[in-house]
Design a protein around this ligand. Structure first.
Ligand code: NAP
Length: 407
């Protein structure tokens, strides 16, 4: 009986070897993602009663493990060690598609051989806040899978909770199925999860990083819901990608200079300059939209560089909904605009199971394309995270083959 299989070599169905290949981050390698990951052979992790073991076919590349590789803003290995974990390494990967290879005693809805997509957050279903009715994704026990937790998707096998798994849409290849969930469900919650500020037919929506993973999904979801998305990008190629996905118009942010933190409000000359530039940006937004209306929803993830613009542009009683801070964590808010115009600044983080299922249905029915712009091999995991960090990755989502061959 073999104890280790090559990548792509299929063990007999349901047979779990002792060891597996994994792409591992170690603390001494924290820094540039291209150097932070290393292929190692490790023990296959055990599963709990309510978990399954997934034979990973393909995994999505996401910002989560850019941050894990950098060791910032959180040193995930040290944080877990403080909480009692024994492992001094991190196996990342926050979404994947694969085959159920073993099931825990308490699992009812999944069986060995099922094809699944694994979503990106875990929580304790017995937690007091969840039992009291909280949305699990806001539970104090919620963690990002394969980022805050160990043993994620960049390995031959990955343990996942039953509630994380949704049926793989049959029309998708493994590498497509592996890469839509994290960005897609996050964007779906941002656009539909924060009543009354949800996308309604005819609503203008502004999408930062329109050609990125989140942006590509957000443009399509906004369109399906009847919204009118306008994207912001940095190159003409990326603008073309957004238009192909259904953006009404696209703004190239390189034509503007007012990015970053707000000037001192007492420095009226600097503030007037900032205001002139943000209004010029706003006029171009109207022009691209084809209507003098402000965005009902601004989909934010870029953070420090863009948040002041987002808040200024957002419609009265509209919402800036933010799920990240790629360019920094200082989000300057001119409170005068916030309260006088009664705007909402809303944090949002991944999605609950219902939202994951609804998004998967849209993908399965062909309304939302996974937009996989790049597929790599196991050995490319570090380099692909580096490309993402440097903002030189192709438009859309990125995926990596783990056990899958060429499709
Ligand atoms: P991505 O594919 O790299 O897209 C990010 C986009 O941001 C890029 O396409 C880039 O577009 C744009 N961008 C980069 N620098 C910018 C700047 N200075 N100003 C304006 N735009 C800039 O990444 P992603 O997967 O969409 O993720 C984006 C962020 O969201 C990350 O910080 C990630 O951690 C976060 N996120 C959070 C969650 C959550 O659940 N909380 C889920 C998914 C993602 P242009 O250069 O073309 O403008």
């Amino acid at each position: 009986m073999k104890q280790l299989y090559d990548l792509g070599e299929l063990p007999p169905t349901g047979r779990v070897p002792d060891r597996m290949y994994a792409s591992v981050i170690r603390r001494e390698r924290y820094g540039r993602p291209e150097h932070a990951f290393g292929t190692e052979i490790v023990d296959v992790p055990p599963i709990g009663r309510d978990q399954v073991l997934v034979y990973v076919m393909a995994a999505g590349i996401n910002y989560n493990n850019v941050w894990a590789a950098l060791g910032q803003p959180v040193d995930v290995i040290a944080a877990r060690r403080r909480a009692g974990a024994l492992e001094d390494f991190h196996i990342g990967g926050s979404e994947c598609a694969g085959i159920v290879w073993a099931v825990g005693d308490g699992v009812r809805s999944l069986h060995v051989g099922d094809h699944v997509v694994v979503s990106s957050a875990v929580w304790d279903e017995t937690a007091q806040d969840i039992r009291a009715g909280a949305d699990p994704i806001v539970s104090t026990t919620q963690r990002a899978w394969g980022y805050e937790t160990n043993f994620g998707a960049f390995a031959q096998f990955a343990p996942a909770y039953e509630y994380q798994c949704v049926p793989k849409p049959g029309r998708l290849s493994w590498t497509e199925a592996a890469a839509f969930m994290l960005t897609g469900a996050t964007a779906y919650r941002q656009l539909t999860g924060w009543h009354p500020n949800v996308v309604r037919p005819g609503d203008p929506v502004l999408v930062w990083g329109g050609s990125g993973g989140l942006g590509s999904m957000a443009i399509q979801i906004a369109r399906v819901l009847g919204g009118i998305p306008v994207g912001v990008v940095s190159t003409p190629d990326r603008a073309a990608h957004c238009r192909k996905l259904g953006a009404q118009g696209v703004i190239e942010r390189t034509e503007y200079t007012h990015w970053g933190r707000l000037p001192d409000i007492d420095d009226s000359a600097a503030f007037d300059t900032w205001l002139a530039e943000v209004r010029r940006f706003g006029r171009q937004y109207w022009e691209k939209l084809g209507d003098r209306r402000s965005p009902a929803i601004v989909l934010e993830h870029t953070g420090q560089q863009t948040l002041p613009t987002s808040l200024y542009l957002c419609d009265n009683a509209g919402m800036v909904v933010i799920c990240g801070g790629t360019t920094g964590y200082h989000g300057d808010v001119d409170l005068r605009f916030l309260w006088m115009r009664q705007k909402r600044l809303q944090g949002s983080h991944f999605a609950n199971r219902k939202q994951c299922l609804e998004l998967t249905r849209l993908v399965a029915q062909g309304y939302v394309d996974p937009c996989v712009g790049q597929v790599g091999d196991f050995g490319d995991i570090g380099e692909m995270h580096q490309q993402m960090r440097d903002n030189r990755h192709p438009a859309g989502n990125s995926s990596v083959r783990i056990n899958a061959g060429l499709e």
